[in-house]
Design a protein around this ligand. Structure first.
Ligand SMILES: [Zn+2]
Length: 315
C-alpha cells in the first residue's frame, strides 16, 4: 500500500526524441531515463541512427553523437533488433532509420544529391528496416551532411513508408529565418508519401527569429487540416548538439559540454575559452569542442499548445 496523498500516479512516459540508439545496448539499465519516469524511448532521430550502418572510417557529423566507430556494428536493422533484444534494456525501444546514416552507407561524399542508384540502395536498406519493425524515416536536413540532399531525394526515399504504416520525422532544413519554407518541405514529403509528419524539436532558432512562434504554430495548425502532422519540443529552454560553427554567435552563451581535442574545456563557455586562447569565436580551433548547449532566452510562444510530445534529445 502506498499513501498517494499529494502524489500523482502516471503511466511511464515516452521520450519521443532521443539519441539513445547505442545507449540502450551499452548501458541497458538506462538510469538517466528511468529515473525521470521514462519507460519508452524513440531512437534514430535527426537523420542519424545506429542501424543500418556500415562505416568506412569515423562516423560523420552528427552521427558521432551516437558514439565512436566501434559503436556502429549493425550493418542491417535486423542485427540491431537482435542486439537490443539481447541487451534487455530497462526501457522499451522503438527506432527510426536515419537518412544521413543511409547516405553514409552509399555515398562517397555528402555535398551533393544522391544518384538514382544510390537512392535505390538506400531505399532497399530502409525497406529491410521497415520489415523488421522500424518506426519510420528521420532526416536532419539542417546538418551539413544532409543539407545537399534535395527534397526529391527524400521524396523518393519516403515512398515505402506508407505500406509499412510508418512515419516521417524531421529535424527541419532550417529552424532560422526560413523555418516556414522548411515546414512546407516537410509537409510536402508527408503528402507525397501519404504518411504522418513529426517535426522534431520545433523551435524558432536564432535571436532574429525569436517571437515568431505564433506564425510557426499557425502553419502547423493549417497543415493539420489536410494531413496528419505533429511536433515535439524540448521541456527546457536550451538546445544541444554537436558544435556547428555556422550556428556560433555571441548573441547568447554557448557551453561546451565535452571536447575530444580539449577535454579539460568541458563545462566551460565557448566565449571564455576563445578569450583564453586569444582566438575568434569562429576560429576552427574552437570547433575542436564536440558538443554544445545553447541556452535559449527567447520570448515564450503564444499560450499553451495542446499537442506537442516531449523531446528529451537524449544527449
Ligand atoms: Zn535534431
Amino acid at each position: 500500500m502506498v499513501e498517494g496523498h499529494g502524489l500523482i500516479l502516471s503511466p511511464g512516459f515516452i521520450d519521443v526524441h532521443t539519441h539513445d540508439d547505442t545507449n540502450v545496448v551499452r548501458q541497458p539499465d538506462m538510469t538517466p531515463k528511468l529515473s525521470q519516469g521514462v519507460t519508452t524511448v524513440i531512437v534514430g532521430n535527426c537523420g542519424i541512427s545506429a542501424a543500418p550502418v556500415k562505416l568506412s572510417g569515423d562516423p560523420p557529423d552528427p552521427m558521432n553523437l551516437l558514439g565512436h566507430a566501434d559503436a556502429f556494428c549493425y550493418p542491417d536493422f535486423r542485427s540491431y533488433v537482435q542486439a537490443v533484444d539481447a541487451a534487455q534494456p530497462a526501457v522499451n525501444v522503438a527506432a527510426l532509420v536515419g537518412h544521413t546514416a543511409l547516405r553514409s552507407n552509399h555515398m562517397d561524399r555528402f555535398d551533393r544529391a544522391a544518384t538514382p542508384a544510390e537512392i535505390a540502395a538506400m531505399r532497399a536498406q530502409l525497406e529491410e528496416a521497415l520489415q523488421h519493425g522500424a518506426l519510420g524515416l528521420s532526416t536532419g536536413l539542417a546538418y551539413a551532411n544532409a543539407f545537399s540532399a534535395p527534397t526529391e531525394e527524400v521524396l523518393a526515399l519516403a515512398e515505402p513508408l506508407a505500406h509499412a504504416g510508418a512515419l516521417y520525422a524531421t529535424h527541419l532544413r532550417s529552424e532560422f529565418a526560413e523555418i516556414l519554407d522548411a515546414m512546407d518541405e516537410a509537409f510536402r514529403i508527408g503528402r507525397h508519401a501519404r504518411v504522418p509528419v513529426v517535426i522534431s524539436h520545433l523551435k524558432c532558432a536564432g535571436v532574429p527569429n525569436w517571437g515568431r512562434s505564433t506564425e510557426v504554430l499557425d502553419a502547423l495548425d493549417a497543415a493539420q487540416r489536410w494531413q496528419p502532422v505533429g511536433c515535439d519540443c524540448y521541456p527546457y529552454t536550451a538546445s544541444s548538439s554537436t558544435l556547428d560553427l555556422k550556428q556560433v554567435t555571441s548573441d547568447f552563451d554557448i557551453m561546451v559540454t565535452w571536447s575530444e581535442g580539449a577535454p579539460e574545456m568541458g563545462g566551460r563557455l565557448l566565449a571564455d575559452i576563445a578569450a583564453e586562447w586569444q582566438v575568434d569565436l569562429h576560429e576552427p580551433r574552437a570547433a575542436d569542442a564536440g558538443r554544445c548547449r545553447l541556452p535559449l532566452h527567447g520570448r515564450r510562444r503564444r499560450g499553451p499548445y495542446p499537442e506537442p510530445s516531449c523531446d528529451g534529445s537524449g544527449l
